[in-house]
Design a protein around this ligand. Structure first.
Ligand SMILES: [Zn+2]
Length: 403
């Protein structure tokens, strides 16, 4: 009997010591995930990037999306929202070629050819199914494209031989606007150039949409602290992240993480951060069933599901368009069937809720009572340590599963 008691005591002591070690190793993250606001209801937002200049099929695709989303609603009568990460301009390839590649020219969304696209966007806004993020004036840094075209035949071919000018076709590292990646590893732009570029972005966005942008999602999720501070200085309110910061491209052109992480609702320089925490790209084979499962995981943690899905799902031919719309519809039906208390919001509304929470303003969307928060915090801790080998081999994960 005493052996059993001794073994149990040893086991408890072992688990206690392991818990302490894990806490001290990861206390920064644990404290932050405890502080992260807990949502009372499931929240799903579709976050779709790269819309703007390019294929004219976007207009029809957006009309289809508007119609599809407006066919669903939550208990409050709100429709599911797709946020559009907007690009405002593309290269004017003809003018650039006419100037013998000595100067960069751009064509913006104000060009007559994009009038119908803008009408489709505005129509979606009026129906309450689209909301707008600034993705960037261009999905690249113009002088990098000009330098790249002079040195790299593929980039020159993209600029001159590609009527659609889809930035998705550029080499991945060249799609990063906020670092200079013509030569790798990338280097940083100087702060004056960044400030000037952001000023230009805001001016053009205002010309197009008659309102200042408040939410930004940096292209390819590569940005520097200088870029972030400049957006804050220009009164942006919400910054979309993938949960970590990459501030450059490494020697292979891959995004280089700098170790900084994000949790929903964190604020720095009055800029509130949201975390895109999953993908839903039907054209890449993502299925509604698996996405629903992932949404359940986020909901169990009191977190929103911010599902990244790019425009390529809807404009890469009739088959992929139909497949993507069909999968989106299936997912929405499953969401409405499974979550009777679903809440559809825009990212801006969610950001405002988090901001109000920090200011002590009550809402029906966020749980404040500590005792009610416990189960969500535990789910976050379980998820945080899910793939942690120390938590696995010490037995902590096994114990967490029993709770
Ligand atoms: Zn993009």
């Amino acid at each position: 009997m005493s052996i059993i008691i001794s073994s149990l005591l040893f086991l408890l002591f072992w688990l206690f010591v392991c818990c302490l070690l894990l806490y001290f190793r990861y206390r920064n993250d644990i404290v932050r995930l405890i502080r992260e606001p807990v949502l009372k209801h499931p929240v799903v937002i579709f976050e779709s990037d790269d819309w703007g200049p390019g294929p004219l099929e976007q207009e029809q695709a957006l009309l289809q999306i508007n119609q599809l989303l407006s066919g669903f609603q939550d208990q409050n009568g709100n429709h599911p929202v797709m946020t559009l990460g907007l690009i405002l301009a593309e290269p004017d390839a003809e003018k650039i070629a006419a100037a013998d590649f000595s100067q960069y020219f751009k064509r913006t969304l104000l060009d007559i050819r994009y009038q119908a696209l803008l009408t489709a966007i505005q129509s979606g806004q009026q129906q309450g199914v689209l909301s707008l993020h600034l993705h960037g004036l261009e999905h690249y840094w113009p002088s990098s494209i000009m330098l790249g075209a002079a040195e790299n035949e593929n980039i020159k071919q993209w600029l001159t031989g590609n009527k659609q000018l889809m930035t998705e076709d550029l080499p991945s590292h060249m799609q990063s606007r906020w670092v200079n990646s013509v030569t790798l590893p990338s280097s940083h732009h100087n702060s004056d150039d960044i400030d000037q570029a952001i000023t230009e972005e805001i001016k053009l966005y205002q010309q197009i949409f008659k309102i200042k942008p408040t939410t930004v999602v940096p292209p390819t999720f590569v940005w520097t602290d200088t870029v972030e501070s400049a957006y804050a200085k220009h009164d942006f309110k919400t910054f979309i992240t993938p949960g970590r910061q990459c501030d450059g491209r490494d020697s292979n052109g891959h995004p280089a993480a700098n170790g900084r992480t994000f949790y929903n609702g964190e604020i720095k320089n009055d800029l509130l951060f949201l975390v895109r925490n999953d993908y839903f790209e039907p054209a890449l084979g993502h299925k509604a069933e698996k996405t629903l499962h992932n949404i359940k995981d986020k909901t169990a943690c009191g977190r929103p599901a911010l599902l990244e899905m790019h425009r390529f799902n809807f404009i890469s031919g009739a088959t992929k368009n139909a497949q993507s719309l069909n999968e989106l519809e299936r997912l929405l039906k499953m969401i409405n069937d499974h979550f009777t208390d679903i809440r559809f919001l825009s990212a801006e509304q969610l950001s405002e809720l988090y901001r109000n929470y920090h200011q002590g303003i009550e809402s029906d969307y966020i749980i404040r009572t500590p005792i009610k928060r416990i189960q969500f915090i535990l789910a976050r801790i379980k998820q945080f340590f899910k793939f942690n080998r120390y938590a696995k081999y010490s037995g902590i994960n096994f114990v967490l599963k029993l709770i």
